[in-house]
Design a protein around this ligand. Sequence first.
Ligand code: ZN
Length: 103
Amino acid sequence: MSDSQPTCPACQSTHVVKNGKIHNGKQNFKCRECGRQFVQDPQNKIIDQATKTLIDKLLLEKIPLAGIARVAGVSEPWLQSYVNDKYQTIPRQVNVRAKKRGV
Ligand SMILES: [Zn+2]
């Protein structure tokens, strides 16, 4: 989706190559200048408001979290914590499956 060339965090070179995926499925890159390996998307990726609005709508449709994560392009762990946070602020108890998965 993004055509923006990743930049090496060590030497700022854009001469990087894809280097497989890391344990959580994120794309790993390797800098050809200095050999540094890095992941383009930091873990605390900012989810924009449009995406959150979309997620809020999808949540009302009782779509499984995995499906929402796919549609919205966010990670399931992120979505789970987003939902947990969201419903913590609502007094009424909502039945969110807080199923832990070892992924
Ligand atoms: Zn580098």
